[in-house]
Design a protein. Structure first.
Length: 421
C-alpha cells in the first residue's frame, strides 16, 4: 500500500508561497484534532462537503453562507475533504490561481480554528479498507483528476453514514457520480448566493430565505484582464467546469458590453433579476478589505499573546488603547489592529492609512469610506505600501506574499476603462 502523505509535505522549490503551504499543513493537522466535532443533534442537521472549485472562485458565496448560518444558529457543518487541501496546495505556483488559493486557505484556517462551523476531514474519516484516506488500497490508481474525485466522494460517503450529507461542487462529472451514490449535490449558478445554498438545502422548511444574502458581484481576476484569452471576444465566455474551475471565468456580454454583470439581488430567483454593472476595481477592493483585514487580525493574535486575549488585566493606563481593551483581539476593528501593530514597532504610515482604505464603501457614520474606483492609482500604491511596512516590521510572510500577488491584479483592473457604472 502506498502512503499518499508525501504530496502535502512537498516544499516549494522556488521558495515562494511558503506561508500558504504552512497554513495548509496546519489545516491538515487541525483536521486530525477535530474528530470530536460532531454534527448538531437535529433532524435538520447537514454536512456540506465543498469541492476545490467552490473555494477558489465563488468563495465569497460560501463565506457569506457560513456567516449567515452562524447568525441564525442553523445545524450546518461545512466539511473540507483532505483531497481539497492537497489541491489548494498545488495552486500556490499558478499565477492565475495563487491569490484565490491563498484567500481561501486563510479563511479556512481561521474558521477551522474556531471549531464551530467548518471542519477538515481527518485521516481516519474514510470508507477505505485502509482506514486512512491518504493510504491507497490495492490496485488503486493515484494519478489524475479522477483520483481526487474518488477521494472527495469517499469523504461524502463517510459523512453520509453519520448525517445527511450534500456535496457542493462545480464539477459536473463529480456531481453525476455523487448522485448515483445517493449523495445530493449543489452546483453554483451564474448568480449564485448564500440564499440559493440555503434554499437548496432546506427549501422553506426551517429558514426564511430573506435572512440569507442575495447575489453579490465578486472579483474574478483574469476575467477583467484585457490580455486574458477570450476577454476581447463579443460573445459570452462560458465558465469551465473542471476540477478547479480555473479557466474562462464568466463574463456576461449582453449587447457586446462586458459590463452587464450584477450587483446584489433582492429577489429569491436570481434568474429574473435585472443586473447592473459593477466595476472590477470596486470588486477587487472588497476582496482586499476582506483578505487583509483578516491578515491584520491574525497578525495581532500571533504577536500579541495574552495582552490581546482580553484577559490581560494589568495593562498600563499609558499603553495603547488596544492593550487596555477587555475584549478578545478577534473582536477588534481594523483601526484597533493597526494601532496595536504600529505602536508596538513604531511603524510610520502615510495616507490613506489602512484603517481608512480597508473600510467598506459608504460605511455609515465613518468619514473617508469609499468604493475602490474612488481611490486613485496612487492611493492604492500608498495603501499597499502601508501594509508592506506593517508586514516588514513584523516579518509577516503571509501578508508579504499576498501583496506580491495583489500587484498584478491592481495593474489589471486599472487598465479597464471606467465606464458603464
Amino acid at each position: 500500500m502506498a502512503d499518499w502523505t508525501g504530496d502535502l509535505s512537498l516544499s516549494d522549490p522556488d521558495g515562494h508561497d511558503g506561508q500558504l503551504h504552512a497554513d495548509l499543513m496546519q489545516i491538515d493537522a487541525l483536521a486530525n484534532e477535530d474528530v470530536e466535532m460532531q454534527a448538531p443533534l437535529s433532524e435538520y442537521a447537514v454536512y456540506l462537503v465543498v469541492d476545490t472549485n467552490i473555494l477558489l472562485h465563488p468563495f465569497e458565496v460560501l463565506s457569506q453562507f457560513v456567516d449567515d448560518v452562524e447568525k441564525l444558529s442553523l445545524p450546518v457543518i461545512v466539511i473540507v475533504p483532505g483531497a481539497v487541501v492537497l489541491e489548494l496546495d498545488r495552486q500556490k505556483n499558478r499565477k492565475d490561481l495563487s491569490m484565490y488559493a491563498r484567500r481561501a486557505t486563510n479563511w479556512l484556517l481561521a474558521r477551522i480554528k474556531e471549531r464551530k462551523l467548518v471542519k477538515g476531514q481527518a485521516q481516519d474519516e474514510t470508507c477505505k479498507s485502509t482506514g486512512n484516506w491518504k493510504i491507497m488500497e490495492p490496485g488503486e490508481i493515484s494519478t489524475g483528476d479522477m483520483y481526487n474525485d474518488t477521494l472527495i466522494l469517499d469523504c461524502c460517503m463517510f459523512y453520509s453514514r453519520i448525517q445527511r450529507t450534500v456535496l457542493c461542487s462545480a464539477d459536473k462529472n463529480l456531481c453525476i457520480i455523487s448522485q448515483t451514490q445517493g449523495i445530493p449535490t449543489i452546483s453554483p449558478s451564474p448568480h449564485w448566493s448564500s440564499r440559493e445554498i440555503a434554499q437548496s438545502l432546506y427549501g422553506d422548511m426551517i429558514v426564511n430565505p430573506s435572512q440569507f444574502a442575495g447575489h453579490k458581484e465578486s472579483y474574478r481576476g483574469s476575467a477583467w484582464d484585457p490580455k486574458a484569452p477570450g476577454n476581447s471576444e463579443t460573445t459570452a465566455v462560458a465558465q469551465s467546469q473542471d476540477r478547479n474551475g480555473d479557466a474562462g471565468m464568466v463574463i456576461d456580454s449582453k449587447n457586446n458590453d462586458p459590463w452587464n454583470n450584477s450587483k446584489e439581488s433582492n429577489l429569491g430567483d436570481s434568474n429574473t433579476t435585472t443586473w447592473q454593472s459593477e466595476h472590477p476595481i470596486n470588486m477587487l477592493h472588497v476582496a482586499v478589505i476582506d483578505h487583509f483585514s483578516r491578515l491584520l487580525t491574525e497578525l495581532v493574535g500571533r504577536v500579541g499573546g495574552d495582552e490581546v486575549s482580553g484577559t490581560d488585566l494589568n495593562a498600563s493606563q499609558h499603553a495603547p488603547q488596544t492593550q487596555r481593551r477587555r475584549k478578545h483581539y478577534t473582536q477588534w476593528s481594523v483601526a484597533e489592529c493597526v494601532e496595536y501593530l504600529t505602536e508596538k514597532r513604531k511603524v510610520k504610515l502615510v495616507n490613506p492609512r489602512p484603517e481608512v482604505f480597508l473600510l467598506k464603501a459608504y460605511t455609515r457614520g465613518v468619514a473617508g469610506s469609499r468604493p475602490g474606483k474612488d481611490w486613485s492609482r496612487q492611493d492604492w500604491r500608498m495603501a499597499m505600501a502601508n501594509l508592506k511596512a506593517i508586514s516588514d516590521a513584523w516579518n509577516d510572510i503571509s501578508m508579504t506574499e499576498s501583496l506580491l500577488q495583489l500587484e498584478q491584479h491592481v495593474d489589471n483592473v486599472f487598465s479597464v476603462p471606467l465606464r458603464g457604472i
